[in-house]
Ligand binder design. Structure first.
Ligand code: CU
Length: 335
């Protein structure tokens, strides 16, 4: 059974959700800046490496020729002007390279500290092993929570306030920017200014326990109008289920343990121990990238969260077959 669930999740992972996750294809200013540092370092260090290797080859060649011609010299007594000049040049080259690298990283660091006008403010809290995202707004009615996914508008800086609920985690969206730790009792900030729309994968980058690898976050960069539509949708509460099965599912959700940990907007379910499920059906993945968000995977997750993500803070809640279908039917209405 356990093994079956393992194979199931592997299969789902392989054929399911895939998104870009690479530092080599920057899609935001911050990642582009890091890319400049990386390319400069690669060029400077690569050039130095090639030069060292060339000199080494030259010296070896010269030494082997000399050995054939004359008996080995007894110590280096006489100074060789050419050698001295060469060494001075080499020192100057190293100094120039190091100064260049320092300047580039200093300038990049300064640019990274800049914030554009009217930044979008998001609070992200990392928990073992999922991400809570709270979008700030001018008034409480403009605020909402979601989990394991972020939407960002293109060409606008997002200032992400980072918190941790338990242990140290690290926020890393390689295509968008560098890593930043989420530390209990401390607030860190990360700025991202996406320049290209698309779906990008972020991953916890600080070992935070058993399921650290299954702690991903999907970041969708939208055109401003699409972002606004998504935001409006998230602000709304899902409509009450209309068919009998989903209604039964909602009743089960409220009478079984689910309600003790999850929130669903517009209902009595208001717990924040686990992810906000108000719009769970519209999210790309389940359980922080563990599974693609399909009805089958959802049923699998509710049936055996501990088999799919051992150690996760969601217990197995026993439900009969029809009860499970009803709960899944209900959750599928939470678009
Ligand atoms: Cu983590």
């Amino acid at each position: 059974m356990r093994q079956g669930a393992g194979w199931l999740s592997l299969g789902l992972l392989l054929c399911g959700f895939r998104a870009a996750q690479t530092t080599l294809d920057p899609a935001a200013d911050q990642a582009a800046q890091s890319d400049v540092v990386w390319r400069t370092m690669l060029a400077v260090c690569g050039l130095m490496y090639l030069l060292v290797m060339a000199f080494l080859a030259w010296a070896l060649l010269k030494a082997s020729r000399r050995r054939a011609e004359v008996p080995p010299a007894v110590g280096h007594t006489a100074a060789e002007p050419a050698l001295e000049r060469g060494l001075a040049g080499w020192g100057a080259l190293i100094l120039a390279g190091l100064v260049g690298l320092t300047t580039v990283s200093f300038l990049v660091d300064r640019t990274l500290a800049e914030v554009g006008r009217d930044p979008l403010k998001i609070k992200v809290t990392a928990n073992q092993w999922w991400w809570q995202a709270d979008y700030e707004g001018a008034t409480p009615s403009e605020q909402f929570s979601t989990a394991n996914e972020l939407h960002l508008p293109v060409n606008r800086t997002a200032v992400i306030e980072l918190h941790a609920g338990d242990v140290i985690h690290s926020f890393w969206a390689p295509n968008l920017g560098g890593k930043e730790d989420l530390i209990p009792g401390r607030t860190n900030y990360l700025r991202l200014t996406p320049r290209r729309t698309g779906v990008f994968r972020a991953q916890c980058a600080e070992f935070c326990g058993l399921q650290h690898a299954k702690m991903a976050l999907t970041i969708t960069v939208d055109r401003p109008a699409d972002f606004e539509a998504w935001r409006r949708h998230q602000l709304g509460t899902p409509p009450a289920p209309s068919n009998a099965e989903a209604q039964a599912g909602q009743h089960l959700f409220h009478t079984r343990a689910c309600v003790m940990c999850h929130r669903v907007g517009g209902t009595d379910a208001g717990a924040t121990v686990g992810p906000d499920l108000s719009h769970i059906a519209s999210r790309p993945t389940l359980a922080a990238g563990t599974l693609p968000n399909t009805p089958e995977a959802l049923a699998g997750w509710i049936t055996d969260p501990q088999g799919l993500k051992p150690g996760a803070s969601m217990p197995k809640v026993s439900l009969s077959g029809p009860e499970l279908s009803a709960v899944v039917a209900y959750l599928e209405t939470l678009k």
